[in-house]
Design a protein around this ligand. Structure first.
Ligand SMILES: CCCCCCCCCCCCC/C=C/C(=O)SCCNC(=O)CCNC(=O)[C@H](O)C(C)(C)COP(=O)(O)OP(=O)(O)OC[C@H]1O[C@@H](n2cnc3c(N)ncnc32)[C@H](O)[C@@H]1OP(=O)(O)O
Length: 303
C-alpha cells in the first residue's frame, strides 16, 4: 500500500512503514498534494483541505465533503492522515477545524456506513471512528473547533474533542449528541467526552433525550466556549489560537495529557470489545430498521 505525496513540484511515494511514522497507519491509499508558497503549505485531499501557515504555526483544516460533511470511511481516513501529518510537522503548533460547506460543520457519522452493510464493513468503519477520536482527544497540539453550522452526533464529538469551541451565533444552528433520536446509543467514550465537558447531570439529560442545543443554550451548559457572529468564526478562532500559543507547548501538552489520558486509556483498553459491541448492536434488525426510518425521514423532510 502506498501513498503519493506531492511537495512543491516533486512527487514522493511512501510505503506503509514510512506512513506509520509519517502519516497514514490505516493501510488505505491516499493522495495528498502539497503546494508551498512563502510560509504557507496547502494540501487538499478530496474531502479535507489543510492550510498551514508556518510563520504563525496555525493550520486550518476544512471539511469539504458536500452536501453535509458526513463522516464516511474515506472522510475519516483522510481526516486522520491530515491530523497525523500536522502532528509530526514541527512548524505546526495548533489546528483549527472548520467547514468549507455553508451552514454545516458536520452532519456526524455517515449513516449509510452503518446501514445495510456487512459486519466486516461495520468493524472497519467503527475502527476508523475510534481512530479519529483517539487522535483528536489525545492530540498533542492545540485544537480549536470553529463551528460554522449544524453539528449533530459525530460532528459534536469532533468539536468536543478539541481544546476550545467557538460557534457561529446563528439561532438556527444546533449542536449535540442526538443519537437516541435515531434509535442508537452514543458509546461510552462519546459519553465520557461529553461528561468531561459539561458535567454528569447535564450529560444525563443531554444523552438520554438526544438533545440538540441552540448556540446560546450550548454556551449556557458549556458545550461551546464562545459565540461570535458567523462571519467572524474563523478570524476569532485564529486570534484565540494565537493567545493559546503564548503558553509554552510542553507545559500545555502535559496538562492536557494529565486531564485526558485516563479517558483515552479507557477506550485503548477495550477497543476490540467496543468494536464487537458496535457491530452486534448495529447489525440488529431493530437498529437497522430505526436507521432506515431515519434516512427516509431525512429524505422526506425535503419533499
Ligand atoms: C448493549 C448495547 C451496547 C451499546 C453499544 C453502543 C454501540 C454504538 C451504537 C452506534 C453509535 C453510533 C454513533 C453515531 C453517531 C452519528 O454521528 S450518527 C449521525 C447523526 N446525524 C444526524 O442525525 C444528522 C442528520 N442530518 C440532518 O439533520 C440534516 O441533514 C442537517 C445536517 C441538519 C442538514 O440539513 P439540510 O441542509 O437540510 O440537508 P439534508 O437535505 O437534510 O441532507 C442532504 C443529504 O445528506 C444526507 N444526510 C444528512 N445527514 C447524513 C448523515 N449523517 N449520514 C448520511 N447521509 C446524511 C441526507 O439524507 C440528504 O441526502 P439526499 O436526500 O440523498 O440528498
Amino acid at each position: 500500500m502506498a501513498a503519493v505525496l506531492r511537495r512543491g513540484a516533486s512527487f514522493i511515494c511512501l510505503g506503509s512503514s514510512q506512513l506509520l511514522s509519517g502519516g497514514c497507519k490505516h493501510g488505505r491509499t491516499c493522495i495528498l498534494p502539497f503546494f508551498s508558497s512563502n510560509n504557507r503549505n496547502s494540501s487538499s485531499s478530496s474531502k479535507i483541505k489543510v492550510d498551514l501557515d508556518s510563520s504563525t504555526g496555525i493550520a486550518v483544516v476544512k471539511f469539504q465533503n458536500p452536501p453535509v460533511n458526513s463522516m464516511s470511511l474515506d472522510f475519516l481516513t483522510e481526516f486522520v492522515i491530515s491530523l497525523e501529518k500536522l502532528e509530526l510537522d514541527k512548524s505546526c503548533r495548533g489546528v483549527i477545524l472548520t467547514s468549507a460547506q455553508p451552514k454545516i460543520f458536520s452532519a456526524g457519522l455517515d449513516i449509510l456506513e452503518m446501514y445495510g452493510k456487512s459486519p466486516e464493513h461495520y468493524a472497519e468503519f467503527w475502527k476508523s471512528v475510534q481512530d479519529i477520536w483517539l487522535k483528536m482527544y489525545g492530540y498533542r497540539k492545540m485544537t480549536i473547533a470553529a463551528i460554522n453550522g449544524f453539528s449533530p452526533a459525530g460532528g459534536c464529538l469532533v468539536a468536543l474533542s478539541c481544546d476550545y469551541r467557538i460557534m457561529a451565533d446563528n439561532p438556527r444552528y444546533r449542536i449535540g449528541l442526538n443519537e437516541t433520536q435515531l434509535g442508537i446509543v452514543a458509546p461510552f467514550w462519546f459519553k465520557d467526552t461529553m461528561v468531561n465537558t459539561v458535567g454528569h447531570r447535564t450529560a444525563e439529560l443531554s444523552l438520554q433525550f438526544g438533545l440538540m442545543y441552540s448556540p446560546s443554550d450550548a454556551l449556557k451548559i458549556g458545550l461551546v466556549d464562545q459565540l461570535v457572529p458567523e462571519e467572524n468564526v474563523l478570524g476569532t478562532a485564529t486570534e484565540t489560537m494565537t493567545k493559546w500559543l503564548a503558553i509554552p507547548d510542553h507545559a500545555r501538552e502535559i496538562s492536557k495529557s494529565m486531564l485526558r489520558k485516563p479517558t483515552v486509556d479507557r477506550l485503548l483498553a477495550s477497543r476490540d470489545a467496543d468494536t464487537k459491541n458496535f457491530v452486534n448492536f448495529v447489525s440488529r434488525d431493530s437498529i437497522q430498521k430505526s436507521l432506515g426510518l431515519y434516512l427516509t425521514m431525512l429524505k422526506e423532510r425535503k419533499e
